[in-house]
Design a protein around this ligand. Structure first.
Ligand code: HEM
Length: 103
């Protein structure tokens, strides 16, 4: 089964728009990485200040390879050159146990 790796990033309300703009202009390199299955940027809808960057991969090794690749560095170029929008970030790791889409 696939693995889910989520980057949970705390973003002050006044910088949320800037974060979304950075993602709107994102590199789009992640989808070309071997083992990539899905990406979603999830905006908090319940008053929290934590955005979730949801990614799903065929294997842990695929995720690790992406994190160590030039594509990852390229995908974080603005973050690296213009500084972080977030005040805190945490990597959450989950294994998919069951999954179902539309019938
Ligand atoms: C220090 C930790 C991290 C922070 C603060 C961060 C923040 C950001 C930001 C602001 C962007 C938008 C582009 C930019 O501004 O450069 C971005 C891109 C992205 N981040 Fe992160 N990130 C971090 C680590 C991670 C990790 C560990 C993952 C894996 C779950 C991840 C997944 C992604 C993805 C998939 C993109 C889009 C890249 C693409 O389109 O190729 N990030 N990140």
């Amino acid at each position: 089964m696939s693995v889910v790796r989520i980057n949970a990033i705390s973003v002050p309300a006044e910088r949320a728009e800037e974060l979304e703009q950075r993602f709107a202009a994102r590199a789009g390199e992640v989808a070309k990485s071997p083992g990539f299955e899905a990406f979603e940027l999830l905006r908090p809808a319940d008053g929290r200040d934590v955005y979730l960057v949801y990614t799903r991969w065929a294997t842990q090794a695929d995720f690790d390879a992406w994190v160590q690749s030039p594509a990852f560095a390229h995908g974080h170029r603005a973050h690296n050159t213009e500084g972080p929008v977030s005040s805190h970030s945490e990597l959450w790791a989950y294994d998919v146990v069951q999954s179902e889409g539309p019938a």
